[in-house]
Write a protein that binds this ligand. Structure first.
Ligand SMILES: Nc1ncnc2c1ncn2[C@@H]1O[C@H](COP(=O)(O)OP(=O)(O)OP(=O)(O)O)[C@@H](O)[C@H]1O
Length: 326
């Protein structure tokens, strides 16, 4: 059973189509990253799944239950974007408040609060007021709050926003720990380097649509490009490889070989072997998640411009102007 599943999910706020037919599937125990520019619809997707806003159309299930039902919500932890805990609370009293909301007994709260704050690294400051906490400490407290009732799935909306590099690494480690415990983590972020480091699978959203979904390895692999290096003193037979239909480009001490459509790298390797050349380096070229993201967004914008003329970046799509509407 998928932990999260949406099928052709749609949400409009008046004239603004925030979700335009989004279908995703998140499996148990994975860290799933949702990427997108500001206004892409990421938070709206989380809000529909949690029942904070109602979908306009389509299906959404959480832990096999219709999204938004109380039974599903009980097993979910949520760190909202831009949350603001009351500054007069201490870390301890805030957790105690949430513990009561979750129906925990007093003795359980007393035992678990210091434990939980230890896990997120703010136990020493738990009796200080939240107004004295740094942004990073507030984020850690937010994560502790989201994890407190032992949820099966945790939604983290920009959890490392405003957190320093050391703190970001700790939050990444925390996500890995949650995964190791068998929980599912749904991460919203525009810090692509970070998503690349921590997520098992990633979806890219743009203007309310899913433009790409897959493992980080799949998304960043450039299937048509290999970097090849030969033993020192050997010359790469560029002309002969070009005659086979490949493009050869210099890449420092190596060469990059671009595959034509429908052809693999094997004929090139056979040619090198036939000539007695020694392969010292053979790597399928990767691109960063940021490269993938930017090229996806550019390609979608270019398609839009072709269909409808230039559009200012970031402007929300209005009902009736979608290139996919019939
Ligand atoms: N309550 C609302 N009323 C009207 N429009 C809204 C509302 N909430 C979101 N929108 C619009 O829906 C679109 C998607 O917004 P959403 O907050 O889901 O995007 P996001 O990807 O989470 O952006 P960000 O990264 O900036 O948080 C945007 O055009 C936004 O202006």
């Amino acid at each position: 059973m998928a932990v999260i599943e949406t099928r052709d999910l749609r949400k409009s706020y008046g004239q603004v189509e925030a979700l335009r037919g989004v279908s995703i599937r998140v499996e148990p125990g994975e860290i799933y990253g949702l990427l997108g520019q500001n206004g892409a619809g990421k938070t709206t997707l989380i809000k529909v799944l949690l029942g904070i806003v109602h979908k306009t159309d389509g299906d959404a299930t959480l832990l096999g239950l219709p999204s938004g039902t109380a039974a599903a919500r009980r097993r979910v932890g949520y760190l909202p974007e831009d949350h603001a805990f009351p500054g007069y609370h201490t870390g301890y009293t805030l957790m105690d408040f949430y513990g009561q909301l979750y129906g925990m007994a007093r003795s359980e709260r007393r035992r678990k609060i210091p434990e939980m704050l230890e896990v997120v690294g703010i136990r020493k400051r738990m009796d200080n007021r939240i107004r004295t906490y740094s942004k990073g400490m507030k984020q850690r407290l937010g994560i502790a709050q989201a994890m407190f009732h032992d949820p099966a799935v945790i939604f983290l909306d920009e959890p490392t926003d405003g957190v320093d590099p050391v703190g970001r690494r700790e939050i990444r480690d925390l996500m890995q720990q949650l995964k190791a415990e068998g929980r599912t983590v749904f991460l919203n972020s525009h810090l692509l380097g970070e998503v690349e480091l921590v997520c098992d699978r990633v979806a890219i959203m743009h203007q309310g649509e899913l433009v790409r979904q897959g493992t980080v390895a799949d998304l960043t692999r450039q299937q048509n490009r290999f970097v090849i290096g030969l033993s020192s003193g050997q010359t790469f037979p560029g002309d002969e490889v070009t005659k086979l239909g490949y493009t050869v480009e210099p890449a420092g001490e190596h060469v990059e070989v671009v595959l034509p459509d429908g052809k693999g790298i094997d004929p090139v390797l056979a040619l090198l072997q036939g000539k007695g050349l020694n392969l010292r380096h053979l790597v399928e070229k990767k691109q960063s998640l940021e490269d993938v993201f930017v090229s996806m967004v550019d390609a979608t914008d270019a398609a839009d411009e072709r269909d409808r003329g230039p559009r200012r970046p970031g402007r929300a799509r209005q009902v009736g102007t979608s290139r996919r509407e019939k």
